[in-house]
Design a protein around this ligand. Sequence first.
Ligand SMILES: *[C@@H]1O[C@H](CO)[C@@H](O)[C@H](O)[C@H]1NC(C)=O
Ligand SMILES: *[C@@H]1O[C@H](CO)[C@@H](O)[C@H](O)[C@H]1NC(C)=O
Ligand SMILES: *[C@@H]1O[C@H](CO)[C@@H](O)[C@H](O)[C@H]1NC(C)=O
Ligand SMILES: *[C@@H]1O[C@H](CO)[C@@H](O)[C@H](O)[C@H]1NC(C)=O
Ligand SMILES: *[C@@H]1O[C@H](CO)[C@@H](O)[C@H](O)[C@H]1NC(C)=O
Ligand SMILES: *[C@@H]1O[C@H](CO)[C@@H](O)[C@H](O)[C@H]1NC(C)=O
Ligand SMILES: *[C@@H]1O[C@H](CO)[C@@H](O)[C@H](O)[C@H]1NC(C)=O
Ligand SMILES: *[C@@H]1O[C@H](CO)[C@@H](O)[C@H](O)[C@H]1NC(C)=O
Ligand SMILES: *[C@@H]1O[C@H](CO)[C@@H](O)[C@H](O)[C@H]1NC(C)=O
Ligand SMILES: *[C@@H]1O[C@H](CO)[C@@H](O)[C@H](O)[C@H]1NC(C)=O
Ligand SMILES: *[C@@H]1O[C@H](CO)[C@@H](O)[C@H](O)[C@H]1NC(C)=O
Ligand SMILES: *[C@@H]1O[C@H](CO)[C@@H](O)[C@H](O)[C@H]1NC(C)=O
Length: 823
Amino acid sequence: MKFLSTLFGYKGWQGEQHATMSLSRQILLTAGRSPKMLLVTLWSSLLALTAQSVAQDYGTSPPVYPSPPGTGIGWEAAFAQAQAFVSNLTLEEKTQLVTGIEGPCVGNIGGIPRVGFDGLCLQDGPLAIRQATYASVFPAGLTAAASWDRYLIFFRGLFLGAEFKDKGSHVALGPVVGPLGRSAYGGRGWEGFSPDPYLTGIAAEETIRGMQQSGVQACLKHYIGNEQETQRNPRLSPSGTTIEAVSSNIDDRTMHELYLWPFANGVRAGTASIMCSYNRVNGSYGCQNSKTLNGLLKTELGFQGYVMSDWQATHAGVPAIKAGLDMDMPGSIGSSRDTSFFGGNVTHAVQNGTLDQDRLDDMVKRIMTPYFYLHQNEYPPIDGTEPTLNSDHPPYQHPFTLGASNVDVRSGHGQLIRDIAAAGTVLLKNTNDVLPLTTPKTLGVFGNDAGDLVNGQYFLTSAFQTPFGYEYGTLPVAGGSGAGRLSYLVSPLEALKARAALDGTLVQYILNNDLVTQPSGLGAIMPVPEVCLVFLKSWAAEGSDRRSLEADWDSTAVVSSVAAFCNNTVVITHSAGLNVMPWANNPNVTGILAAHLPGQESGNSIVDILYGAVNPSGKLPYTIALNESDYRFSDITNSTKLLRTEDPNAWQSNFTEGLLIDYRHFDYYNKSVLYEFGFGLSYTTFDVSDLSVDKHNATINPLPEDLPIAPGGNPSLWQILCTANFTVANTGNVTGAAVPQLYLSFPSVPSSIPTPRNVLRGFDKLWLAPDESQTVSFSLTRRDLSYWNVKKQEWVIPGGTFVMSLGFSSRDLRLKQHLDVVG
Ligand SMILES: *[C@@H]1O[C@H](CO)[C@@H](O)[C@H](O)[C@H]1NC(C)=O
Ligand SMILES: *[C@@H]1O[C@H](CO)[C@@H](O)[C@H](O)[C@H]1NC(C)=O
Ligand SMILES: *[C@@H]1O[C@H](CO)[C@@H](O)[C@H](O)[C@H]1NC(C)=O
Ligand SMILES: *[C@@H]1O[C@H](CO)[C@@H](O)[C@H](O)[C@H]1NC(C)=O
Ligand SMILES: *[C@@H]1O[C@H](CO)[C@@H](O)[C@H](O)[C@H]1NC(C)=O
Ligand SMILES: *[C@@H]1O[C@H](CO)[C@@H](O)[C@H](O)[C@H]1NC(C)=O
Ligand SMILES: *[C@@H]1O[C@H](CO)[C@@H](O)[C@H](O)[C@H]1NC(C)=O
Ligand SMILES: *[C@@H]1O[C@H](CO)[C@@H](O)[C@H](O)[C@H]1NC(C)=O
Ligand SMILES: *[C@@H]1O[C@H](CO)[C@@H](O)[C@H](O)[C@H]1NC(C)=O
Ligand SMILES: *[C@@H]1O[C@H](CO)[C@@H](O)[C@H](O)[C@H]1NC(C)=O
Ligand SMILES: *[C@@H]1O[C@H](CO)[C@@H](O)[C@H](O)[C@H]1NC(C)=O
Ligand SMILES: *[C@@H]1O[C@H](CO)[C@@H](O)[C@H](O)[C@H]1NC(C)=O
């Protein structure tokens, strides 16, 4: 895997822009700024809000049986191999293949030496092979989404996949599209991409294609409605009653148009596996919900791979299997290794006739098809260090072949990591062109997020199980199973010192937030720096939702304190999700950069942006509201009453906002925001012109049913029905990347829930030299132009006129075209 970048032609971000933009000086002389076009509109009335909260009777999930057997469509040769393979197995061996066991990896399927099968090694997670040594820590999904760059997202998946493979891991437990990001407080939103399903769908597709081209199986997770960490699992009340996990109660249209949407992209991209989630959906657990597994996933989306449970998310054996669960992870019930809902129970259930042998065969075929498809029967051995890293030591019940220890799998991936981190950094404010920096004589660096780590390089240990993580040290990634063990970290301060030294710039710094916020706490700084950089962070981790949307560690006081002293203050945030920015309009805050979670090259990537070696091109994959209270419309369910409940069924999260999350909410209710979805500045300016829309394939309703369902659902949904062509031009003086965005406004749709005013349906990232322009073409598929009709149980293109708007953010829409798609 050493030559992946050559093989796939990754030039590197710098390479891409090198011809015209390698000299930051060029920018310094010429940078032009795009004034932010903020749509200032009326606040919605409370009345409107109430009127639109339509009461739903969620009832319980309807039964959908039997579980549809895989047919291997798209994977025909591998399916035939899997069929032959299963025909050669004993009942006990089949059971073994669907049941996790102890072993060297986070999840393990035992080998069957008799048939030359070495077993499966499953490892976390979405941004690194989590616990491994000598592996890379990539930017988080959130950062990748903020790049809006398919090309970089694909390479992120490809290089991640290569590291899993070189460590002998067959399955990478990622990417994440659930949580989608219903609530800004969600503790795991950063592991995934964006609350916009279209952007998330494309990011998932590119990641999966990249990972699987490396030869590793992707596991798209967590299916579905896993939108909060609070009460994600059942727990015992003080009096010993089992209080069931939170139930995400989601209406059918919202399910299709929001939460299921990116899973459809992932299935279409050929994801080998899907992980079902901890939460309940309409009252049934995610790993035994026949409607979501047999119905939506395996019938409607035509998923041909296997469903594995999240760790301890299995709550039954045969009922879960009949509902569509194919693999139980980690295989044991709680910590008692000798018991399993699967294992001996599955063997017994087949023997006594409770479970059809055919269904068990289907489970094995679903598991083995992607294995053969990706040629995993010839695979590198598991890194010898893994058992120690997982603290799960041999001898095991089943043999695992271990290879050399501490294999270095990083293969120069640091450059891509640096490029994605810079590409996912969003420039939000740049008063009087404070950025890029021009050989400042003095630079101040403030805040506990600027320096190196002091509590270690691996965020899974107990030291990190606090609501705010660790106090000192920059935040490259957040906590939990989605973290990574850093083999190195370039801190912002370290990289800034190195860069400043080239110009002889004096660098002064205070990293103690307590001191910064004290009166005269900045007394040691002399002279007042020309530019003060304030580094803020906000922590989140699996298992615990965020408590505040402001950056942590007294961030607002830190910014006020520095800005009171320094009238050229640039704030940089590293955060596991979005931040509200109460200080954004302070006139002394002249620059703001949302740098998200950059991974191991943090300092280098921010220096690239600050000094203009890379022109910022990241765009917000979410909305920054004016006030934290603006996000209350889709809150985490966690009232104190619920925390003390004795009612097993008390945890109900009704998704009454329906489709109106993130920008769909703010747009629908005409609410002003601080920085809108899709927004981000550049050191140059762009414009769009000549929007034309072409319609194809006139016979379009109803949806053709003659084609067999393929992975991703009815193939007609992916048919291109219209094309939007336009021209993008760089109107500034330096090379930079534009992200033109197409939003679609639907005609009136018959539905009991409100339809968003605008939805994203096209984007691309283009590097353009000054005065250069390029023609761009966006294709819209049938799915893009349809709404989910609950009564017909089908995607339908509404009659009437669509409005297509093109621009550079969800509120900077410069061109419009009207289009009647039907008729
Ligand atoms: C481009 O540079 C010229 C000359 O330096 C300057 O006059 C002009 O305002 C710049 N244009 C933009 C859009 O920044
Ligand atoms: C959720 O919806 C159900 C069904 O409409 C309703 O009975 C229940 O009170 C709602 N729960 C909450 C917390 O709003
Ligand atoms: C959940 O309940 C709603 C309301 O009855 C229904 O529209 C939807 O299809 C159900 N979804 C699942 C997965 O059961
Ligand atoms: C069954 O396994 C044996 C080895 O025990 C092997 O020789 C044979 O080819 C296998 N058959 C199939 C169909 O895989
Ligand atoms: C079978 O499942 C039950 C729970 O349904 C569990 O208590 C039991 O230990 C399991 N048996 C084995 C052999 O794992
Ligand atoms: C068959 O076996 C399963 C798994 O051990 C068990 O749960 C079920 O009760 C058994 N059914 C009968 C009819 O024996
Ligand atoms: C801005 O900075 C100046 C010092 O240059 C200071 O006098 C002023 O109070 C600051 N304003 C704010 C709002 O902090
Ligand atoms: C900003 O601060 C610098 C250095 O303290 C000072 O020279 C300058 O006058 C200030 N500018 C404004 C507009 O306050
Ligand atoms: C934010 O909203 C809360 C509650 O509506 C209000 O009390 C507070 O003053 C607002 N803060 C700002 C900065 O507008
Ligand atoms: C938002 O503004 C539009 C256009 O002015 C208006 O038609 C609509 O009723 C407003 N919506 C709300 C919820 O206030
Ligand atoms: C129209 O649909 C057919 C398949 O149904 C597809 O092959 C063709 O590319 C479509 N036409 C255009 C212009 O997209
Ligand atoms: C739009 O662009 C496509 C591909 O570049 C081209 O085939 C088509 O003719 C263009 N349509 C219009 C109306 O310009």
